[in-house]
Every structure is written in C-alpha cells, then in structure tokens.
Design a protein around this ligand. Structure first.
Ligand SMILES: Nc1nc2c(c(=O)[nH]1)N[C@H]1C(S)=C(S)[C@@H](COP(=O)(O)OP(=O)(O)OC[C@H]3O[C@@H](n4cnc5c(=O)[nH]c(N)nc54)[C@H](O)[C@@H]3O)O[C@H]1N2
Ligand SMILES: Nc1nc2c(c(=O)[nH]1)N[C@H]1C(S)=C(S)[C@@H](COP(=O)(O)OP(=O)(O)OC[C@H]3O[C@@H](n4cnc5c(=O)[nH]c(N)nc54)[C@H](O)[C@@H]3O)O[C@H]1N2
Ligand SMILES: [Mo]
Length: 763
C-alpha cells in the first residue's frame, strides 16, 4: 500500500540556507525570544510574565523538565522557555466565530504552524456526528456527552485516555483515579514515544525508571557524556550546568551524528561574558556517530576497559563495587569481550582510535555521568542501548556516588511527575493495591494500551472513545495516514487543550474541545505541583488572568467529568467536588498512595520544594528483581542498509515545541523560512548524483509498503555518513506504526530507512 503525507505547508519559496552556527544561546537568543513574545503578548505582558518563570513564587516553566538550581538568577528562563510561555500567554484568541467560519475539513488542511498561530481556545466546542463544524456547548452538556458515550461502551477497555506531559501532579493523579475507577488501564502517554526506553532499561538494571543524578552531581562530575541530545535547542538551561561543570574541571564528550551548536560552544546570556567574546567551549571531544551506533560504542568502551583491567588489574574496573552491588557480570563480560571491531566500526562509523582515546578520558575520570535524550530512545534496540550505558557506568562504580550516574533528560515539564502519579498503562501491583486501599475499589489489573496499541485499537474498531489530557496525539504519533484514519473511526474524541492543533481537526465522528488553563494562569489561590527531570517536586503558581472566563482547570475538568460519570453510583465514594476546589485534599491522597510524598503539603510549601527518594542515588541500593544492579548481555545487531538507502532521524528545529511550531527558522542549523528540508552528508549526495538545494521526495520502506513525504529541499550538511535528518511532525508519515523499539514499544523515529527520489512537480 502506498501512503502519502498531506502536504501541509505552502511551499518553500522563502527558504534561505546559511552556514550553521558553532555556538548556542547568548544575546541573539534572548533578543529573538523577546521579539516573538512581543508579537504574541505585547511589551508589558512580556516583561511581567517572564520575570515569573521558575521563580520561587512563580510558575514552573512549561518549556522542559530541566531542574532549577537552588540559587535562581533573576532571569532564570531561556530563549525557548520564553517562546513556550509566549505561545501560552498569547493575546490571540480562537472564538466561536472562528469555528463558524472554518469548517473542520478546512482546518484539517492547515499546517500545525497555522493552527497554533490562531491563539488560545476560549470556550467548550462540540462537533456533532455528521457535522463539519464545531459549535459552542455548555460545560455541563459536554460532560454529559462524554459520560453518555463512556457508559454506552461494552467494556471500559473500549476507551483510551491519553496524557501529555504538561499535566500537573494533582490533575494527573485525579485523572488516573477516574480512569481506573471507570475500569481500565488504557492510559497511554507521551512518554510512550519519548523516554519509555529509558524507563524500561533503568527499571530492569537499576530498579528505578528515572535518572540517578542531581544538578549538584552534574556540577561535580569529572566527565560528562551528552549522547543523542540537542540541549542548545531543547534544554538550554542545561548548558549553564555544563558550563559550571567545565568551570570545575569537567570534560565533555558529545556523541551525535550532527555537530549541534549547543554542544560545541555556549554563550551564557545571563553573564556579561556571554554578551561579548567567544563563550565557553563545551565539548572536548565530539564523536560524530552514525545513527543507532551507540550500543556498539558503549559495548566497545566496556570491552576496552575490561582489556585495560586485564593488563593492570584494578586499574579500570571497580571490582569491589561489582562484587558487592551487581549481578550478571560474567554474562555481560563474555558478551562484550567477543565484540568484533569490524561491527563496531560499521555501526558507529567511528575510527577505533577515537574510541580508544575516549576510554582514556573515562579512565582518567573519578566520576562519570551519561546524559541522553531522544537520540538514544527512539530506535529498535533502544532499551538494549541504554542497558549498555548502564553496564559501562557500573564497571567503574559510576552509579550512586557524587558526580556520577545516569541522566536521562526528560522532555515535557511534568512528564516524569505524571508517571509518578500513575499515568501508566502497565501499573505495578503495589500501586494498584495502594489505590484500592485508599479509595475502596478494586482497580483493573489487566495492563492497558500504550500509544501505538491505542492507534491499532482505534484502527481496528476495538476502541471507540478517545480522550486526551493535553498534547496533540494525531501529530505526535507515527504513521500519520494510518493514525488519522484510525482517529476518524472513533465514535467520540475529546481534547483538553490550551491551543488549537491538528487533533481537533482530525477527530472522531463526534468531537469535543475542552479549553483549559495553562501554567501561567491564576487558578484562584490554588497552586499545583510538578516533578522535574531530577526528581525535585515543587509548586507552580500562575499569575496571569485566564485566557477566557470560560476556561476550567484540568483538575476541575476531571472532577466534574468524574461526578457526572459516576453520579449513578454515588460518585463512587470519592470526594470529587472537594478535590475540585481543594488541592491540598488531593495532595493528602497522593501522600497516602505514592511513596516518597510524606508530609507533601508542608514540604512542597518550602522554598524550592523537596526531592523524592531515589534508592540508587541516596543509598546505593538497587530495588531490582535480584536486589542488585543488573549487568546485562545484549546481542549487537548492526543495522545494515540495502544499497542506496539512508537512515533518517526525525528531529526538532529550534523554532518548535514538539508539534507546536513557533516559527519557520532553525537558526543554529542555518535554516530560515522553511521546514521541508532534509540534511544529508555531501558525500552521500554526490554518490546519488543529487545536488545541494534539489527537491526530493523521501520514501520510507517497510515490509507492509512504502510511505512518501514529498518535496523536501536537500541541504548538504555535516552529518554522519549514511544518515540524514528532517523535522517532525512533517516526517511522521514515514515512521511505520509497527516499527517500534523492543520492550518499550516506542516508535523508531530516529531510525527510519529511506531513499531519496528526485521530486517531479505535479502538473
Ligand atoms: N525548545 C524545545 N524544547 C523541548 C522540546 C521541543 O520540541 N522544543 N521538546 C521537549 C521534549 S518532549 C523532549 S523529549 C526533549 C527532546 O530533546 P532532544 O532529544 O534533544 O530532541 P531531538 O530534536 O529529538 O534531538 C535528538 C538529538 O539526538 C541526536 N541523535 C539522533 N539519533 C541519534 C543516535 O542514534 N545516536 C546519537 N548519539 N545521537 C542521535 C540528534 O542529532 C539530535 O541532536 O526536548 C524537550 N524540550
Ligand atoms: N517523528 C517524531 N515524532 C515524535 C517525536 C520525535 O522525535 N520524532 N518525539 C515524541 C516525543 S519525545 C513526545 S514527548 C511527543 C509529544 O507529544 P504531545 O505531548 O502529544 O504533543 P505536544 O506537541 O507537546 O502537544 C501540544 C499541545 O498540547 C496542548 N497543551 C499545551 N499546554 C497544555 C496544558 O498546560 N494543558 C493542556 N491540557 N494542554 C496543553 C496544546 O493544545 C498544544 O497544541 O511527540 C513524539 N513524536
Ligand atoms: Mo518528549
């Protein structure tokens, strides 16, 4: 079957390509974000809003999950945090007149950029079956429609409840409570497409699905690997931490197919020295690895360390740590000792000498941290790759002591907290038992559907109602054509959203848009809480007047829906009405169900909040099935492509937040005014006889057929040989639904096999 992407963008007439930048942040960064904020919010609102970001009495930046330091500077926001805030605090509004003017079929033809630019949603809207228009609906009526459709299902498992990672702890806890009381564990979330591979690998090997380092550890580390991550764009505040670590003498190794600007040099916009001068050199070593080569790299590093230790026992392996704290060493050792250098060189594209030199960095460092993001998690062998990262760290006892450990850098600002609150399709028995004991009902035990399984369930007619607490499921998920057709089969789709997006336009037979408040907005005198990437829990208080008087908070939406849904059975003995207005009451319940939240209400009111317990980090204790940290043996499979094929990674530009497109530039990579571009190594272009600047179609190949994304402008760019890169969501059409990571089931958005075909313009 041939599948084509909808052509959303107007074309690339204005596209300009210049040389990529060699450093990130600095003055142009801040000036750029302020210009965007002024356009969305006006000057006064911009200044009032931005001073509240990540301050003690302000709101948590909706930008990313990077933690705030203990000593916050008065302007602890970054360029992209400012853009995220401007996007939410915009003065533009989507009203009922807008929906009267624009039929749903027309909206479905618009780009994500255009949809997002329309502004904030202002009142609940309903699209009845058979209609091509959303029309205003009262909140009460909206809840009745949802309750009616949910009750009409033959089984609670015919409903899907998605969550994106901006939802607060309080809203997430209530949401999963409602869903489980209703009778299903169908709680797919954005994590399924994001750090699920990290969670799977770390739970098995270290006994906790989270990172084991604090910000302080990062400052203290001797050696930091930044692998498969573009912090200059996606976690700009991390650059300050790396700069500080360097100031304390750390070395940094960047592992990436692309020489990302933020990894090379950093100009700190919050320091005078960042304004003038060349800034700080960040990466001391840059390993320009092939896509998906990291498993081979970490195996090779471990192999060389074992060999160094053979030559001088005790010099490269921390035998005492291995003996006392780990399990499975022999199998791991045997496996990596048998590793073939030919395979390593082919998989990584790196010369053996580069890997040997890197081992010298490792042997010279007392404490090592490995940071990573999507470059490691979105491949078929991602879970195995991350297990190899753990093996590598365990060898020298680089877990559970200061300055050392694993650091999966989370994306959405509360994606980690949502998981802690029970947003998970595979909840543990202990969590369900605690929920049962607290609320007096028997939660469903059968595991639910993740994001990919949810698409299949809709496609095959097994699921009929789809509810999303935030996010943009249609644009964020793989195989756009399949996903869109699946979504349209639903009897009812419900989106709790701040802004208009594609998931409102590609909807079920009936569809509801429930507009909600964002982080920046004041919800009476209530506050919510979030957990950052390093397990710190703190309060977030919005200050702005809500975008419209008709918005409800996410907590209120869940509470009122639950009251309607369970009204016939005495609201199921759960005080939803109280929860709606009293967040302390929700936190009291969280304290009793989720470990680590003792004295929640008091501790979260302390400046900076509190840190959740983390057994590997705090006590060098590993709550795994063996009671020790597990070494693993993972068979290396080298991804060998047929002749002429390239491996495509789908990445973020500097002007987007996932599916929210702020603008059409990717400043650090030298791209202006266009997004339909594909970055290819000049030698790969020459081999194919394709010139820089030509227009090509991207065709992905998978056993069930080909998928095409048309008309991408080729940019000759420094990327590893055999690899190319293009932006998502435009390229999601190329990611086959069934191409997912082993164990974690995450779509393989960073290794899509494609070929380039010269584009022939349609008549
Ligand atoms: N401004 C902004 N901030 C964001 C987001 C955003 O869209 N915009 N999104 C948020 C979210 S949800 C997330 S999850 C994070 C994402 O943060 P990142 O993971 O930094 O995001 P990506 O753009 O997917 O970048 C992947 C990086 O990994 C590299 N890479 C790809 N494949 C491989 C590989 O096989 N091996 C190695 N070593 N490297 C590889 C790419 O070249 C790129 O540098 O950012 C969060 N923060
Ligand atoms: N090809 C490819 N696909 C990918 C990725 C990739 O690298 N490549 N990355 C994946 C990753 S890492 C992730 S995390 C997912 C992201 O998937 P999602 O989280 O589903 O997508 P977002 O684009 O972050 O969602 C944006 C929408 O969230 C809504 N929103 C914003 N703030 C709030 C709020 O406070 N409350 C509510 N209720 N709604 C709000 C707005 O309506 C906005 O339109 O995408 C994944 N998809
Ligand atoms: Mo993410």
């Amino acid at each position: 079957m041939a599948r084509k992407a909808p052509r959303q963008d107007a074309g690339d007439e204005g596209l300009e390509v210049g040389p990529p930048k060699e450093w990130a942040a600095g003055v142009p960064g801040v000036a750029h974000s302020l210009a965007m904020s002024y356009a969305q919010m006006g000057v006064k609102r911009t200044l009032l809003t931005l001073v509240r970001v990540n301050q003690k009495h302000g709101f948590d930046c909706p930008g990313c999950a990077w933690p705030e330091g203990r000593h916050r500077s008065p302007a602890e926001f970054c360029e992209n945090g400012a853009k995220a805030v401007a996007e939410e605090a915009t003065l533009r509004r989507v009203t009922r007149d807008f929906f009267a003017e624009h039929p749903v079929t027309e909206l479905a033809g618009r780009s994500d950029y255009w949809l997002g630019q329309q502004g904030r949603l202002t009142e609940p809207m309903y699209k009845p079956a058979g209609s091509d228009h959303y029309e205003p609906v009262a909140w009460d009526e909206a809840f009745s429609i949802i309750a009616r459709e949910l009750r009409a299902l033959e089984s609670p498992d015919e409903a899907l409840f998605y969550t994106s990672g901006r939802t607060s702890n309080e809203a997430a806890f209530l949401y999963q409570l409602m869903v489980r009381r209703f009778g299903t564990n169908n709680l797919p979330d954005c994590s399924n497409m994001c750090h699920e591979s990290s969670g799977s690998a770390l739970t098995q090997t270290l006994g906790i699905g989270k990172g084991t380092v604090s910000l302080d550890d990062l400052h203290k580390a001797d050696l930091i690997f930044v692998v498969g991550q573009n912090p200059g764009t996606n976690h700009p505040r991390m650059l300050s931490a790396l700069e500080k670590a360097k100031g304390n003498g750390a070395r940094i190794v960047a592992v990436n197919p692309l020489p990302e600007a933020g990894l090379m040099r950093f100009k700190n916009p919050q320091k005078a020295s960042g304004v003038a001068g060349r800034g700080t050199k960040l990466a001391d070593r840059f390993l320009q690895i092939r896509l998906n080569g990291d498993m081979a790299l970490f195996q090779a590093l471990s192999k060389l360390m074992l060999e160094a230790d053979d030559a001088a026992p005790g010099s490269a392996v921390d035998h005492e740590f291995v003996e006392t704290h780990t399990h499975g060493f022999r199998d791991f050792e045997k496996n990596v000792r048998e590793l073939e250098w030919e395979d390593v060189e082919e998989a990584t594209g790196l010369p053996r000498t580069a890997i040997e030199e890197t081992v010298q960095d490792v042997l010279g460092a007392k404490s090592v941290i490995v940071c990573w993001a999507m470059g490691l998690t979105q491949h078929k062998n991602s879970v195995a790759t991350i297990r190899e990262v753990v093996n590598f760290l365990l060898l020298r006892g680089n877990v559970g002591r200061p300055g050392a450990g694993v650091c999966p850098v989370r994306g959405h600002s509360n994606v980690q907290g949502d998981r802690t609150m029970g947003i998970y399709e595979k909840p543990s028995a202990a969590f369900l038992d605690a929920l049962r004991d607290e609320f007096g009902f028997e939660p469903p035990r059968r595991h639910g559907a993740d994001a990919v399984e949810s698409i299949r369930a809709l496609r095959d007619g097994h699921a009929k109602v789809f509810i999303a607490m935030g996010g943009n499921f249609v644009s964020a998920t793989p195989d756009t054509a399949v996903t869109e057709a699946a979504m349209r089969r639903a009897r009812l789709t419900v989106q709790v959203s701040t802004k208009l997006n594609r998931s409102h336009a590609v909807a079920g037979e009936q569809a509801l848009i429930l507009p909600t408040m964002g982080r920046t907005e004041k919800d009476g005198d209530r506050f919510v809480t979030v957990e950052d990437s390093m397990g710190m829990v703190h309060a977030s208080r919005g200050r702005l007047a809500p975008a419209s008087p008709d918005l409800l908070s996410e907590v209120a939406i869940v509470s009122r829906l639950a009251m309607r849904l369970f009204e016939q059975d005495g609201v199921a003995g759960i005080p939803w009405e109280r929860f709606e207005t009293d967040h302390d009451a929700i936190r009291d319940r969280i304290e009793r169900v989720v470990p680590g939240f003792d004295d929640f209400n008091a501790r979260v009111r302390e400046p900076g909040g509190f840190t959740l317990p983390n057994a590997p980090r705090d006590e060098r204790r590993f709550p795994t099935d063996t009671g020790k940290a597990n070494f693993t043996a993972n068979a290396l499979e080298v991804l060998r492509l047929a002749p002429g094929r390239l491996l495509l990674q789908t990445v973020r530009s500097h002007d987007q937040y996932n599916t929210t497109i702020y603008g059409m530039d990717d400043r650090y990579r030298g791209v202006h005014n266009g997004r339909r571009v594909v970055f290819v190594n000049p030698d790969d272009l020459a081999e194919r006889g394709i010139a820089d600047g030509e227009l090509v179609d991207l065709i992905s190949e998978w056993p069930d057929g080909e998928r095409t994304a048309e008309a991408f402008r080729v940019i000759a760019y420094s990327t590893a040989r055999g690899c190319c890169a293009a932006y998502f969501p435009e390229t999601n059409v190329l990611v086959p639904l069934d191409s997912t990571a082993d164990t974690s089931n995450t779509p393989t958005s960073k290794s899509v096999v494609v070929r380039l075909k010269r584009h022939v313009a349609a008549e």
